[in-house]
Design a binder for this molecule. Structure first.
Ligand code: IVH
Length: 668
């Protein structure tokens, strides 16, 4: 293929991919399977690798192309990004309408009502049809250049069918589902969770490495324009329609309201309905529709006179707090939880709310049997806002945190600089149970069939107390448990057996050493290679590793200093658990390794390794993994059900390996 042919083919692929992308991420109406999409993308990337001079920054292959930055550049907004005046009730809206009509000297004004998306305001700049710059609002005059992060949002078109310079503005957001999944992963890794989807979206877009933003599954709705040289439109509603036409994602829920009463009805219709959306909104924005009216009304110093933001009050409901329950977490922290008469808030029924610690209970003077006001913080996490002390009958009881652990009875301590009370008994059954739940979890030992319910039963029946006991479970004991038939017992025992072969980092993370998340566990395993090396290492050995700070190092040293930990490790070893790192070792990364300068293609279903793992490992050995088979391919790794790529490789006489051969080569 010559350069001209390649150019044509690349152009065709890009426009097909852009179309598929738009159908999937903007219209929510895909026309091809993920597989077909991936094929096109692979083909494009292959061609761009062969003809690097044809790569452009607006190619769909470049969505996650940017290198990590040291800091964001500043961007001066050509038209300031203003915010809106707020309205908190119908009265405010009626006053707004009166001011608008008086300002214009007319009796009737039509408004566009839109959802007020609770995300992060951004501005997107297009020149000659190409997305060239994306920025945060900043102080309204100067924002930060987050182009590379915004490019990872698939609903943002990298090209549009409009050659004039335009700037469109809107709200980047994280859908609730992605937010919950992200926080779950953070918790699994002992990292701090985000308080709400807005913070999560903002935090993701402020990452200097676009690869992180790319994983966060962000979305966007566009609702306004900045610099704008498209002349013919006369209303805001026409603009919204036009934005959609040229490829931007606009929110479909906007309506034209012919007067403020209709707007108020629209507002009220969303008070309940908003809990059915899969993203957060915090109000309704009401905008004068006619652009000439907007111009006449103009701006105050801070905001336009032609628009207002109606803010929903966080829904608050009243219920009874009938008890306070204490739970002991994996690290021994004792957390009080309010038990509530079930009540519906913002779309779900709430019956528990964390009270976090004793200080908070004192501050809010929360007593058992109090009537309390509940809301969902950030619309998600239930919270006791305040007590209705007028409702007290004298039946209420002041709550005292116990001095002893509710699970094991040993004395609780309050560590320096902590508000939490902790049980520091290492054999506390509640901690052990939580520790076991963590040990078997997906990012740790990943033992299928050992959910919370089964672990609870195992504890209840006195079948396990420590991690080691898991590996001593017997078939006949398990058969006695409720809902455990022959087949599930067999599967469970097999899963426990398989877990013995896990690479060291899983065991390390599973042990639940304070401050050691799954990433740190992997680093430790990679650096020290065996558990014995880790146990023998000193504080300085740990801190000499870039990713390991003093707090973590201190915690690791203390952990392995304990006799019971040493005993546990000996016991696990004698039960047959692997204590070595099985990934690629530093010492194995030889220069002349098998894959140096080799181009490898993966196809079909791999059984043991995931695609991602296989790719990572081949690359670590110096190989390059590409998507499609060509004459340049050196090795094709064919998993189960390999199709056309295998045929093509055979045709071209390329070396074909199965997964087993790959794993042998990788010394897996
Ligand atoms: S219009 C000059 N429309 O709310 C007017 N803003 O409190 C520009 N927001 O800064 C704003 N949804 O970040 C507009 N449909 C919507 C919106 C919206 C969310 C945000 C935006 C703005 C803030 C104002």
């Amino acid at each position: 293929m010559d350069q001209q042919q390649a150019q044509n083919q690349i152009e065709q692929l890009r426009s097909q991919i852009n179309k598929y992308n738009h159908q999937y991420h903007v219209e929510d109406n895909p026309s091809v399977s993920d597989y077909e999409y991936d094929q096109k993308m692979n083909e494009l990337m292959e061609l761009e690798t062969q003809f690097p001079e044809l790569v452009t920054s607006d190619s769909p292959s470049q969505r996650v192309g940017g290198a990590p930055l040291d800091a964001f550049e500043k961007v001066q907004h050509t038209v300031p990004m203003l915010s809106l005046a707020n309205a908190f009730g119908e009265d405010d809206l009626i006053r707004f309408d009166r001011r608008v009509r008086e300002g214009l000297g007319v009796d009737e004004v039509s408004y566009v009502c839109e959802l007020k998306i609770d995300g992060l305001a951004v501005s997107l700049r297009y020149e000659n049809g190409t997305f060239v710059q994306g920025a945060t609002r900043g102080d309204g005059t100067i924002g930060e250049d987050i182009t590379n992060n915004l490019k990872t949002i698939r609903s943002i078109p990298l090209r549009i069918d409009q050659q004039d310079t335009i700037e469109v503005r809107g709200e980047a957001l994280m859908p609730q589902k992605s937010f919950l999944a992200l926080n779950k992963a953070k918790e699994d890794n002992a990292e701090e969770a985000f308080a709400n989807p807005r913070n999560a979206a903002a935090g993701s877009l402020r990452q200097l490495n676009p690869k992180i933003a790319a994983k966060r599954n962000l979305d966007i709705f566009l609702y306004a324009v900045g610099q704008w040289e498209v002349g013919t439109l006369s209303t805001h509603s026409e603009r919204l329609t036009y934005l959609k036409e040229i490829g931007f994602k606009t929110n479909p829920e906007w309506r034209i309201c012919n007067n403020i009463e209709e707007a108020i009805n629209y507002v009220n219709s969303w008070v309940e309905e908003r809990s059915n959306l899969n993203y957060d909104i915090d109000g309704i924005v009401i905008k004068v529709d006619r652009l000439d009216y907007q111009e006449t009304l103009g701006f105050t110093a801070k905001s336009p006179r032609w628009a207002i933001a109606y803010k929903f009050p966080a829904e608050e409901v009243i219920t009874k707090l009938y008890d306070i329950e204490l739970s002991v977490g994996r690290t021994g922290v004792v957390t009080p939880t309010a038990l509530l008469n079930p009540v519906k808030v913002a779309g779900t029924t709430v019956q528990r709310a964390s009270l976090h610690n004793e200080d908070l209970i004192r501050e809010k003077d929360i007593r058992i049997n109090d009537t309390v006001v509940i809301k969902k913080a950030g619309d998600i996490i239930p919270e006791v806002v305040r007590v209705l002390s007028d409702e007290r009958t004298g039946e209420e009881q002041v709550f005292q945190m116990p001095s002893d652990c509710p699970a094991c009875g040993s004395e609780l301590v309050r560590l320096e600089e902590e508000v939490a009370l902790r049980c520091i008994n290492p054999s506390c059954p509640a901690q052990l149970k939580e520790g076991l739940i963590h040990f078997v979890s997906r990012n740790a030992m990943n033992i299928d069939g050992l959910g919370e319910k089964v672990i609870e039963q195992l504890f209840h029946e006195n079948l396990v107390h420590t991690i080691a006991d898991l590996y001593k479970l017997e078939r006949k004991e398990l058969l006695k448990l409720e809902r455990m038939g022959e087949k599930s017992v067999e599967n469970l025992l097999a899963a426990i057996e398989v877990s013995k072969q896990n690479s060291l980092e899983r065991l390390l993370f599973g042990l639940g050493i304070r401050h050691v998340g799954s990433k740190a566990a992997r680093t430790l395993a990679e650096q020290f290679e065996t558990i014995d090396h880790i146990v023998e290492a000193t504080f300085e050995d740990y801190t000499s590793i870039y990713e390991i700070g003093e707090k973590m190092a201190d915690s690791i040293v203390r952990y392995f200093d304990e006799t019971r930990v040493k005993q546990l490790i000996d016991e696990l070893r004698s039960l047959g658990l692997n204590m070595e790192y099985k990934g690629i070792r530093k010492s194995d990364k030889q220069e002349d390794s098998l894959f140096t300068d080799k181009t490898v293609v993966l196809t079909g279903k791999l059984e043991v390794l995931s695609r991602e793992e296989a790719k990572e490992k081949i690359e670590a050995y110096g190989g390059k993994v590409t998507g499609s088979v060509s004459k340049k391919t050196d090795i094709l790794i064919a998993g189960a059900d390999a199709g056309s790529k295998l045929d093509k490789a055979k045709e071209l006489g390329i070396t074909v390996w199965d997964e087993q051969e790959l794993r042998e080569a990788l010394k897996e």
